[in-house]
Design a binder for this molecule. Structure first.
Ligand code: SAH
Length: 261
């Protein structure tokens, strides 16, 4: 009999942002195929019999080709295993979850998606940045700075015309170029901007500035990927809405008896 695959979001970093459903899936998995950004504490929730497969970047920094990851999922499921494909944030927000689902359908493998908290929204919240705010942004736009090879580059001047919050993932290697194109396209030079690295983790770092100087500030602070770039009025909220997150362990939370009656 064929197994089944669960495409599961692990949330942005703080392990207790995992959903209850994701925790159930992990605790019952035969195989977990996981990415680099999934926290250790989440992986430790797997049963001791579970086979753990790391498909994050290899030690020589070469990513594992997506076709190989798809094949791994298909092969394990065809052998009858229940497979959890554990991905950072939400499985369908970049990170190629859609491509993995396509491969499963193509091979007639049953699957389910367990959404997760995306870094694009929840990660920003941990940095004191509400993705919308009536005084600053009535829409938000989540954009990748890294397109599939062979695709035409994004026309950033179009994004510079939008009033909403711009959240750019995988954009750190291009930050200077992106900000320059936004300004060239008409974005006001004093538009607030922020960069959040390791959002919601213990080692979260935040740098703020404007669309004109954020690239320079990031360089001065030595901030690199993985990070979120935020451009728009909400970025200045970091100064007043930052908070210290309560730190708990999953095992501690999972034992709580919640009485909501
Ligand atoms: N599916 C994920 C995004 C995958 S793409 C999600 O929903 O969050 C990977 C990119 O996401 C990283 O390069 C970075 O830009 C961003 N990212 C993911 N987790 C992050 C975190 N904890 N802090 C900052 N950026 C993060």
């Amino acid at each position: 009999m064929k197994g089944k695959v669960w495409l599961v979001g692990a949330g942005p970093g703080d392990p207790t942002l995992l959903t209850v459903k994701a925790l159930y899936c992990i605790r019952e998995a035969d195989v977990i195929v996981y990415d680099r950004l999934v926290s250790k504490e989440i992986l430790q929730q797997a049963p001791s019999s579970c086979q753990m497969v790391n498909v994050g970047k290899l030690p020589n920094f070469h990513p594992i080709p997506q076709d190989d990851i798809n094949e791994t999922l298909v092969n394990f499921a065809q052998q009858g295993y229940n497979v959890v494909r554990l991905k950072g944030g939400d499985p369908y927000v970049f990170g190629r979850g859609g491509e993995e689902a396509d491969a499963l359908v193509e091979h007639g493998i049953e699957f389910e998606v367990v959404p997760g908290i995306s870094s694009a929204i929840g990660g920003l919240a941990y940095a004191g940045i509400p993705v919308t705010h009536r005084d600053h942004a009535s829409s938000f736009h989540v954009v990748t700075g890294h397109l599939k090879q062979g695709k035409d580059p994004l026309d950033w001047s179009l994004y510079s015309k939008l009033d909403g919050t711009l959240v750019i993932l995988m954009g750190m290697s291009q930050i200077e170029n992106i900000c320059q194109q936004l300004v060239d396209g008409g974005k006001a030079t004093d538009t607030p901007a922020a960069v959040v690295r390791y959002a919601s983790r213990d080692n979260q770092q935040v740098v703020t500035g404007t669309v004109t100087d954020i690239a320079q500030r990031v360089q001065e602070e030595g901030i690199t990927s993985p990070a979120l770039i935020v451009i728009g009025g909400v970025a200045q909220k970091h100064a007043t809405l930052s908070f210290k997150a309560t730190c708990r362990q999953i095992s501690e939370l999972a034992q709580l008896q919640l009485d909501l009656a």
